[in-house]
Design a protein around this ligand. Sequence first.
Ligand SMILES: [Zn+2]
Length: 147
Amino acid sequence: MTDAPDPGLTDLIAAHQAADRWTDFEYPSIFSGEPCVATTTKMVNCSCGESMPAETHAAHVALVVAQHTNGRMAELRDVKAERNELKAIVVRVRAVTEDLVQNIADDEKTLRSPNVSVGEAQELPAVINVQKIYLKDLRAALEGEQQ
Ligand SMILES: [Zn+2]
């Protein structure tokens, strides 16, 4: 985890500043029989373009921040899951690399053995060569991972 500030959050809050304020008057319908007295609501224009009763602006900003924070947490969970997948791949590649080292050693030992068959004597040099190419590629990939 990092203590770096979330610039997206700073921008987000900056985009939801309470700007113009006005009073909204609402009159009852002339058919309602109610006395013609306006109900008033203190309103505010948020800099995001929405208008709302002034007392709900703080809740509006809190909701926007909560949604942003939830989104960032989901992103971080995705990054963490991806990193864990990559670590698992590196572990598998290391295991394959160790197997290759062992196979090459075994094949070279077989090749040097006085009991090596004619078929093995013919095939093993090529097999060893291919394994060494794979090993070189895997080691290069692992070195790249460690940078
Ligand atoms: Zn807003």
